[in-house]
Write a protein of this length. Structure first.
Length: 192
């Protein structure tokens, strides 16, 4: 994980206090796994990196499965509570494809993207490249680490290769809403 000294011009501890204990961060260009992008047909991009940390009241295997089950992904992988995910495809093997299409019913707009798995280590780590359908010249890398302690799983998301700080802010909002949806989905599946 990329060490954070400052986020948005303030010390990390102060930022975390304002973020309600949830960890977010930005690290310029660090952490892009250029080797994971090799052979993809796209030029690896340097750029900004988004870090988010969130704890879920569920076992690590359940949280990992929520990221790798097509049926469960359709329940939570969308950037607003009232959006839908009409398409989720998973070929869970290194080099296998992942694809998600989110639908905004208010604008009747779809936002799709996908990539290839670069690391799979159930239930502790998952990584995959990601390219939005609307931005096919930019491939990013999404890395997820799952750490369970006493039935609570902390997910550390690192999304690297983002174009600029505006893209980081946009993705931070989207990932935060996705994580809110994931939390609801896990609570419904694992009450208590």
């Amino acid at each position: 994980m990329i060490p954070l000294a400052h986020v948005g011009g303030m010390p990390v501890e102060e930022f975390l206090a304002l973020a309600g204990g949830r960890r977010y961060g930005i690290a310029g260009g660090a952490g892009l796994d250029r080797g994971a992008l090799a052979g993809s047909g796209r030029r690896p991009m340097s750029g900004e990196t988004l870090l988010i940390e969130r704890a879920f009241q569920a076992p690590a295997q359940a949280v990992f499965d929520a990221w790798t089950s097509e049926e469960v992904l359709r329940r939570w992988f969308h950037a607003a509570h009232d959006w839908e995910t009409p398409e989720a495809k998973v070929d869970l093997r290194v080099g296998g494809a992942v694809r998600v299409v989110m639908r905004d019913p208010h604008k009747d707009a779809e936002h799709g993207g996908g990539g290839r798995y670069t690391e799979i280590d159930p239930p502790t780590r998952l990584a995959f490249t990601w390219t939005w359908d609307e931005d096919t010249d930019r491939e990013t890398l999404i890395e997820l680490d799952f750490d369970e302690v006493e039935g609570v799983t902390t997910v550390r998301l690192t999304h690297s290769g983002l174009r600029d700080e505006e893209s980081v802010r946009s993705h931070e909002g989207g990932w935060t809403k996705c994580f809110d949806n994931l939390e609801r989905t896990l609570k419904a599946s694992h009450p208590g």
